[in-house]
Design a protein around this ligand. Structure first.
Ligand SMILES: *Cc1c(COP(=O)(O)O)cnc(C)c1O
Length: 411
């Protein structure tokens, strides 16, 4: 005889869970039965809504943030091989975009708490590698990056800065919305991001030439509005002006995105509640470093990244295993790019670990905890309790009062 599993207490807490609203599901059904499913009127409407919402002049929807970054960088028309700054703590898609645009990534070390480049690490990278042609500025976890100070430190005008806003729908730098600051800002609507569609991206810009370039290049480089050629009564004729990508957004995705926007404020409010709950509980746990809070502007809280400090009885990897064993899934954002084998082959000793001391240290400490609107208070409490338990009892076995022991409890 089996006993029914007593749920809640033992239910797994996944690292991420995508909420697709009822309105989005209804909007998809409408598009699917409309006879037009690829790039079309829904994409145009999503672009108008998104631009108006941020206060950006232009928004161009694409297949992903990775494609948004590549096309934005291509739109700057830099000489092939030009150096482009990027944080070493970023997603590989962002660095691949630099390479696919025919440019050369120059990786930058981070501040130990914000986990992003600051003016000092940026200036140090420029001293070491020479003047860059452009920069990709990342708002890590949704924390605002000081875009203008970083551009200054790199000796670049703002029109040579492309922002990676994959974590930053809703982030504000000072009183400016991310999406209205630099040459081009690239957003992601990937399943785990804070405005999820599943897949998708957007470029916002105040520069009509950049908007036009991205609009053409997302669909093979075909002349403007080539998607209209199959609409009733439209002309079949087009010209190809660039060797573009196939990186357009479909009307199915755009319909989801438009409907999801109506829920964004509520979802962000829930994220803030969860963050406050984590902060309150984890501030009591010795050896855990809480995520940095911006002095000004607004944090979008895409990720909640704690640091497992050397005084904690478990290493980062041990804490992740401890949580996993208790049904709690975590992640790590990100494995520093300077440690990835392919960049070693391309960049040689420019990716020597000695050049990235803060990223090296941070990488051994960081853990991203579950953070999404569907996460319940009990799940947050269970996660915090499991971390607190590890702080006092180690990996299930009693360890000293927070000190390292001789049995490899410490890295
Ligand atoms: C998710 C992510 C991207 C890529 O977004 P896609 O839409 O999946 O291409 C780029 N940069 C960062 C920092 C990300 O987290």
């Amino acid at each position: 005889m089996t006993t029914p599993v007593q749920s809640t207490a033992t239910e797994r807490i996944p690292f991420a869970r995508t909420t697709i609203s009822d309105e989005a599901q209804q909007a998809v059904a409408k598009v699917l039965s409309s006879g037009w499913v690829t790039t079309g009127p829904e994409v145009a409407a999503f672009e108008r809504d998104f631009a108006a919402w941020l206060g950006a002049e232009h928004a161009v929807a694409v297949a992903s943030c990775s494609a948004a970054l590549e096309l934005s960088l291509r739109s700057l028309r830099l000489p092939p091989g030009s150096p482009v700054l990027s944080s070493t703590i970023t997603f590989c898609g962002a660095v691949n975009a630099i390479l696919h645009a025919g440019l050369r990534p120059v990786l930058v070390d981070v501040h130990p708490e914000t986990l992003m480049p600051d003016a000092d690490t940026t200036a140090a990278a420029v001293r070491r590698s020479g003047a860059p042609a452009a920069m990709v500025a990342l708002h890590f976890a949704g924390h605002p990056a000081p875009v203008e100070a970083l551009a200054d430190a790199a000796g670049l005008p703002l029109d040579r800065v492309v922002e990676d806003a994959a974590h930053a729908v809703g982030t504000r730098v000072g009183d400016r919305a991310v999406g209205t600051i630099s040459a081009a800002t690239c957003f992601s609507f990937y399943a785990t991001k804070n405005l999820p569609i599943g897949e998708g991206g957007m470029v916002t810009t105040g520069d009509a030439a950049i908007a036009d370039y991205v609009r053409r290049s997302r669909l093979h480089g075909m002349s403007r509005d080539a998607w209209k050629r199959y609409l009733p009564g439209s002309s079949w004729r087009y010209s190809v002006d660039e060797a573009g990508l196939k990186a357009n957004m479909t009307d199915v995705q755009a319909a989801i995105g438009r409907a999801q926007m109506g829920h964004f404020a509520g979802w962000q409010a829930r994220r803030s509640e969860i963050v406050a709950r984590y902060d309150r509980a984890l501030a009591q746990v010795p050896g855990i470093g809480l995520p940095a809070r911006p002095a000004e502007g607004g944090h979008a809280w895409h990720l909640y990244v704690i640091r497992v400090l050397p005084s904690f009885p478990l290493s980062r990897d041990q804490l992740i295993a401890h949580l996993h064993a208790r049904g709690i899934d975590c992640s790590v954002h990100f494995i520093p790019m300077h440690t990835q084998p392919y960049l070693g082959r391309i960049l040689g000793d420019e990716v020597d670990p000695g050049r990235f001391p803060a990223a090296e240290t941070a990488f051994e400490q960081i853990v991203s905890l579950p953070l999404y609107p569907a996460l319940g208070d009990e799940q947050v409490d269970r996660t915090c309790a499991a971390i607190a338990e590890a702080a006092t009892h180690g990996n299930g076995a009693p360890v000293g009062n927070g000190g390292a022991d001789e049995n490899g409890q410490h890295r």
